[in-house]
Design a protein around this ligand. Structure first.
Ligand SMILES: NC(=O)c1ccc[n+]([C@@H]2O[C@H](COP(=O)([O-])OP(=O)(O)OC[C@H]3O[C@@H](n4cnc5c(N)ncnc54)[C@H](O)[C@@H]3O)[C@@H](O)[C@H]2O)c1
Length: 325
């Protein structure tokens, strides 16, 4: 049995969290989920995610509560040997409308969890950060040591600030801490407002889809099963006691390839066997022009390598989508 046998997953009812909990349960670990079933998108989707997990066996405990509530957090921490923190208000564009709520959930929530870990320095903490911290970084691919002082959305700023909270906590209390910068994650059960899911829905329905910019902006897309492997590897990563820097690490988890927006739309249309009706609109505030992960550190230290290419992943996503209709 792995030493991290009882894992608290915050945000476990969500897209990535649901997939992650499934993998942890299948490995025979105990899982506690802390999630408030936030109404950012259809709560029914999160309930279905939880029902699927409940079917996987008895090693699951679900606590419906807010990560900013110290009592709920204390309850959720009972008996756990590892924490993976994915609960957040996600999404760049809505963060421009609700910056105060983003700061509250993403920062106060993260600090509340860290506070509850005080006195248990052996418990590792994994934080779900984001490629958005790189802002308008022009040097590609993005490396973990690149400057990240110029985020371009409140969401990105909360993720960068979350990393800083984690760093301070590790410095003061010694827990092993890992910050994972996820690069646009997709796959079955992806959040409905994310581009791949939204474009698939619109193309399938024969409706116009909004394309912001000239279609040349690009993203590094990562299939959710690859992200899950990276997250689990980071939870289990050995800490080298002779290397003081190894207790706190930041890793990019990405596909290490880029796809233009136009190329993405074409792939979805082709997988659906339908035409994309495109409405061109100006670039949106808060969006970045490109993301591109250098994953050499994760490869070397976590054995991470994305296995599902965009050409494989889009048909898998579209198959799942068609199966939900
Ligand atoms: N999906 C991506 O492409 C992507 C990319 C980079 C980073 N991330 C990060 O990964 C994590 C998971 O993303 P996701 O796409 O699965 O999002 P998601 O919205 O599906 O999952 C987040 C979960 O957190 C829960 N939550 C929100 N506020 C909460 C609160 N106050 N207390 C308790 N639970 C709360 C939600 O109910 C939801 O189930 C987030 O931290 C997100 O910022 C995601």
């Amino acid at each position: 049995m792995n030493s991290k046998e009882h894992v608290l997953v915050t945000g476990g009812a969500g897209f990535i969290g649901g997939h992650l909990c499934e993998a942890l349960l299948e490995q025979g670990r105990e899982v506690t989920i802390l999630d408030n079933l936030d109404p950012f998108y259809d709560v029914g989707i999160k309930k279905k995610n939880l029902a699927r997990l409940a079917d996987l066996g008895k090693n699951l405990r679900v606590i419906q509560g807010d990560i900013r509530d110290p009592e709920k957090v204390k309850e959720a921490m009972e008996g756990v040997t590892g924490v993976i923190h994915l609960a957040a208000l996600a999404g760049v564009r809505p963060s421009l409308e609700r910056p105060t709520e983003y700061w509250s959930v993403n920062l106060v929530g993260t600090q509340t969890l860290l506070d509850a870990l005080k006195g248990n320095p052996e418990i590792p903490f994994v934080f779900g950060s984001s490629s958005s911290v790189y802002g308008g970084n022009e040097k590609v691919p993005f490396h973990e040591d690149d400057p990240v002082d110029e985020p371009v959305s409140p969401y990105a700023a909360t993720k960068k600030a979350g990393e800083l909270c984690c760093r301070v906590f590790h410095h003061l209390y010694g827990n092993p801490v890992t910050c994972l910068r996820f690069f646009t994650v997709y796959g079955p059960r992806q959040r409905p407002e994310m581009a791949i899911h939204k474009f698939t829905r619109l193309i399938d329905a024969g409706k116009k889809l909004p394309m912001f910019g000239d279609g040349e902006s690009s993203r590094d897309y990562t299939f959710v099963s690859d992200i899950v492997e990276g997250v689990v590897a980071s939870l289990d990563r050995p800490i080298d006691s002779s290397d003081p820097s190894s207790g706190f690490r930041i890793y990019n988890l990405g596909g290490s390839a880029t796809t233009t927006l136009r190329g993405l739309i074409d792939r979805i249309a082709s997988a659906l066997g339908k035409e994309a009706l495109i409405e061109r609109l100006p670039m949106q505030a808060g969006d970045v022009l490109r993301t591109f992960a250098d994953v050499s550190r994760a490869e070397k230290e976590l054995g991470f390598r994305a296995k599902v290419s965009i050409d494989q992943g889009i048909p898998l996503f579209v198959d799942w989508f068609l199966g939900t209709k």
